[in-house]
Each structure stands twice: as C-alpha cells, then as structure tokens.
Design a protein around this ligand. Structure first.
Ligand code: UDP
Length: 241
C-alpha cells in the first residue's frame, strides 16, 4: 500500500473512488480493511504516544481528513492531492452498501443520536440494511463482538471519539468477521442532523476550521495543532537537510 509519512504518521494518497474500489474488492475476497482519519491534531498526539502512532500506522487506510495534511503535502511535494473526510467517506460507503446490499453495523454516540441517525439514513438510503446499532456508552465488549458477528455485517462504523475508537478497533479487529471497519469520530452526530457541517463554500476554500472556530471558540485549543504541526514539519525538515 502506498502512503506519505508526516512526522512518523502514514497518510494514504488515495481518492474516494480509489478507496471504494479497493474496499469493494476486499468485501468480495473476505479481506479486512480498517480506515482511520488522520489530521494534525492526531499526528501531534501520536508524536508523544508511540502506541497511538503504531496503531494509526497499522490501519489499512489513513485518510487525509483535515486541510492541514493537504497543506503539508502541497508544501513538501507529497502525494496527497485531495482531502478525504471521514463523514464524506462514510456517506459514500453507505451509498455503496445501499447499492450492493452490504449489511452495516453502527457502534457509538448517544442512544438518541444513534436512533435519529438510523431513521434519517433509512430515508436517504431506502435499500440500506442496518444489521445493528449499539450506543457508545453502555456496552460489554465481548457481547458486542458476538452481536456484530452474528449480525452478518460487512461494514462497521465506530464513533467513540479519538483515540478511543482507534484503540477499540485495533483491539477487536481480529475477532470481528467484518470486511470494512471505519473509525468515524463525530460522524453519527452529523448524520443524525444534530451537528451541522460547515457550509460547502468554506469546505471548498479550505477554511472549514475558521467556520468551526467562529461557531465554537473553545475549539482553538484543538485547532492550535494545525500551526504547530506545520511549524514542527518545517523545523524537522530544516534539521534533516
Ligand atoms: N462517544 C461515545 N462514547 C464515548 C465517548 C464519545 O460514543 O465514550 C461519542 C460521542 O457521543 C460522539 C463521538 O463519540 O458522537 C465523538 O465525537 P467527537 O466529535 O468528539 O470525535 P472526534 O472526531 O473529534 O474525535
């Protein structure tokens, strides 16, 4: 598998279509793909946390979720050419499941959010088979693994926030008889309509972060990771020259 590396963390330089095609093949051959989103915040955390870095690098696909990784790729001639966001990729995977009859299981978020999301998805994707749902707050992991396997799910979406979801997926992937496992963070809240996505225009301009910052100023603590990430990259490159 091809990838770029930013401060020790792998990022897949693939488009949505590349990933969907590969995932489709993996379902056909009963292989397993894990998909984790990578952004400056996670890369900066992984710098201090060997275990997290290792488990991010161990995934099949590390998608460039934030504009930060795309910027870094542009600055340093990387192969990442476009963003692949967790929410958009999940929506496309759900579209694929709807068309091909793949079964999907959702794990995470609050019960009410999960119920609302399922109702909305069932309207959007009338042929989608939802094989099961479990909220992310009161679950027994062993019983859950059995439930997921018994449901015959082909795709599993895990929304526990990061790095909880990455750890969970890494711990249980081998016991799960599921072809595609994606860690999706706050995606269920978006699919349920509880959290609004930034307007398309801000996404196009790459200033979704600015919209998020203005609508929730407390986020600056998380967003400071982006300039830190770019500066650290710059510093590291200078040192290695
Ligand atoms: N969540 C959960 N169980 C937990 C902690 C969080 O199900 O123990 C859910 C939470 O309800 C939300 C999602 O995980 O739906 C976390 O979203 P957030 O936006 O914080 O994730 P990020 O993408 O920023 O990591």
């Amino acid at each position: 598998m091809q990838y770029d590396t930013y401060l020790g963390v792998r990022v897949s330089p693939l488009t949505y279509d590349d990933i969907l095609n590969q995932v489709n093949e993996m379902i056909a051959t009963n292989d397993q793909a894990t998909i984790f989103a990578v952004n400056p915040e996670k890369i900066m955390t992984a710098r201090q946390d060997d275990e997290l870095r290792h488990l991010l690098n161990n995934a099949t696909f590390q998608i460039p979720d934030g504009v930060g990784v795309l910027l870094a790729s542009k600055l340093y001639n990387g192969r990442v050419k476009e963003r692949v966001t967790g929410v958009d990729l999940s929506e496309r995977l759900l579209g694929l499941a709807n068309d091909k009859g793949y079964r999907v299981f959702f794990y995470g978020a609050k019960e009410a959010v999960g119920q609302k999301m399922q109702a909305r998805l069932q309207e959007r994707f009338p042929n989608l088979t939802i094989a099961g749902y479990q909220n992310g707050y009161d679950d027994d992991p062993d019983a859950l693994v059995d439930r997921i396997n018994e449901s015959g799910a082909d795709m599993l979406f895990v929304a526990l926030g990061s790095p909880k979801q990455e750890r969970w997926i890494n711990d249980y992937r081998e016991r799960l008889n599921v072809s595609v496992i994606q860690g999706v963070g706050g995606t269920f809240d978006v699919l349920a309509g509880e959290v609004k996505r930034a307007p398309k225009i801000t996404q196009k301009l790459g200033i979704e972060w600015l919209y998020r910052l203005l609508s929730d100023p407390k986020r600056w603590r998380r967003q400071i990771a982006l300039p830190k990430f770019l500066l650290t990259l710059l510093f590291n490159r200078k040192q290695s020259k």
